[in-house]
Design a protein around this ligand. Sequence first.
Ligand code: ATP
Ligand code: MG
Length: 341
Amino acid sequence: MGDDLTQTDVLPQVPDSSVSIRETFDIESDATVAAFAVRTELVPALDPGYFFDPATTMAILSGFSANLRVLVQGPHGTGKTSHIEQVAARLNWPCVRINLDSHISRIDLIGKDAIVLRDGLQVTEYREGLLPWSYQRPVALVFDEYDAGRPDVMFVIQRVLEAEGRLTILDQNRVMRPHPSFRLFATANTIGLGDMTGLYHGTQQLNQAQLDRWNVTVRLDYLNEEDEVAMVSAKAPWMKGDDRLRNMVRMAGMTRTGFRAGDVSTVMSSRTVLSWAENTRQFGDLDFGFRTAFLNRCDEGEREIFIEYYQRCFGRELSSSPDGAWSKRRSAAPRSQSTTE
Ligand SMILES: Nc1ncnc2c1ncn2[C@@H]1O[C@H](COP(=O)(O)OP(=O)(O)OP(=O)(O)O)[C@@H](O)[C@H]1O
Ligand SMILES: [Mg+2]
């Protein structure tokens, strides 16, 4: 484990401060939640304009304050991961995120014996994985893409899902207790019944006994139009007050409706809308921003449908040039060939 992570050992082990839910998260509630006074290295970076969905935020807060296991489920790019991180950022709670893609194995999580040099001698030493490491520290562990985890990994996680659970490391003959400030969260695109939509390749069916161990499951959907416009305005201030922004969000909404109706197979997430705003600034061209953020990765057979949605939202055709507003300088002399190539 790197030295940067061990810094948490010398820090307060339990929350020593509190924050107001109303002031910090802009949610109507008189309650306060326990937090750490000091910001440490593992605390996620603060995104000041973050837009908190009330239900999701309250669910995540219950995870921190009451030590409940919280699973956030929803379509891609709705803000599942960032909601957990941004709550942690405001509570100064150290956070470790593990992406449970198909490459993560049981050994990666638990740890393994490694051969190390000690005083010139080769010795076998147990190297702790991220799970036991976090489990014994004031850390919120986030399993991202929980529904993509391999079955061997899922069974390891099952053991720590209970708040009073113990983690037994058989290879080490050790039984660990959770640190009082250890917290566990997960995000998933599907709800463990497999993927019916074809959108989420690599997701697995989850064991019902395991799903049952999550105390709080909350669904985070795409924001409504008003909130999404406010969210993008906060994150992409150059679009604030720009009439085109509402149409961009409307366009995203149409892809989501079209997807539910089975007309298209690609959905424009909030993340895509943000990329569109970013690309529009980058290239100085809304249409090229749209192509590069979204259209170019859509199925060719469906592009006409998206172009039609575009026409309906903006009241004009998408510019027909896929190369944006640029053209090649014709007068320039051909570049000389490099002799080293
Ligand atoms: N409510 C929000 N306020 C501000 N930014 C947001 C919000 N929701 C999403 N974003 C931004 O959108 C992007 C995608 O969010 P995030 O990665 O949290 O989505 P996700 O639901 O975890 O996606 P995936 O299912 O693909 O993992 C991030 O850049 C995030 O900052
Ligand atoms: Mg995520």
